[in-house]
Write a protein of this length. Structure first.
Length: 203
């Protein structure tokens, strides 16, 4: 379950066995329940018993694998996967190739978008952070959610450091005309990239 996205039918069957055992002490005996399985799986503070639904648990474990690939790309497991599937983990890819792969890789691909949505950057020298696609100046959405017009092709895949002038200030001529006033203010509140700030880290 930590490396494979189990079929929905299997997860449903396991939940069913757990539910029957809880209610009757026998995983093969049906018994009427006065409380829904959804309620039983709620945290104890919310009135449930804290049981884990297999669908949620399976996804959480796969997200942990994806998170480790993002935050610790230097680990042997991450390097093996990156080399095998020709993916660079130094800058977090927007998409993963899914046409061919092991059960582990396909399972990670399935939750990759979900994992990226939870990313927040602890900004440093800005050499790892994609200017438009990563959450670094805003908290809930990347800057693509604040654009006023299409991004020119030559600017699409640039890093944050590419929008800084030689004297270390933001190059507003390169980006401000594409963004809303609110987004420009958010960027202005962030200190410009510097090697003194260390490397970019996901938090």
């Amino acid at each position: 379950m930590q490396t494979t996205n189990l079929p929905a039918s299997i997860k449903t069957k396991i939940d069913q066995v757990c539910r029957r055992f809880l209610l009757s002490g026998n995983d093969e005996m049906r018994k009427m329940s006065l409380i829904s399985w959804h309620t039983i799986c709620q945290p104890k503070l919310a009135g449930g018993l804290g049981f884990k639904r297999l669908e949620v648990m399976n996804e959480a474990l796969l997200l942990k694998v994806a998170w480790n690939l993002i935050t610790e790309p230097g680990k042997l497991c991450a390097q093996v996967l990156a080399t095998k599937y020709i993916v660079s983990l130094s800058d977090i890819p927007q998409f993963l190739p899914t046409r061919h792969g092991s059960h582990l890789w396909k399972s990670v691909c399935r939750v990759w978008d979900h994992a990226k949505r939870g990313l927040r950057w602890n900004v440093g020298n800005r050499l790892r952070i994609k200017f438009w696609w990563d959450c670094w100046a805003t908290t809930s959405s990347p800057l693509t959610a604040f654009i006023l017009k299409p991004i020119p092709h030559e600017l699409c895949d640039l890093y944050v450091a590419d929008f800084v002038t030689a004297d270390g200030t933001w190059n507003w001529l390169k980006c401000s005309y594409l963004l809303s006033h609110n987004a420009v203010n958010r960027i202005a509140s962030v200190h410009s990239p510097s090697a003194r700030n260390g490397v970019d880290k996901v938090c």
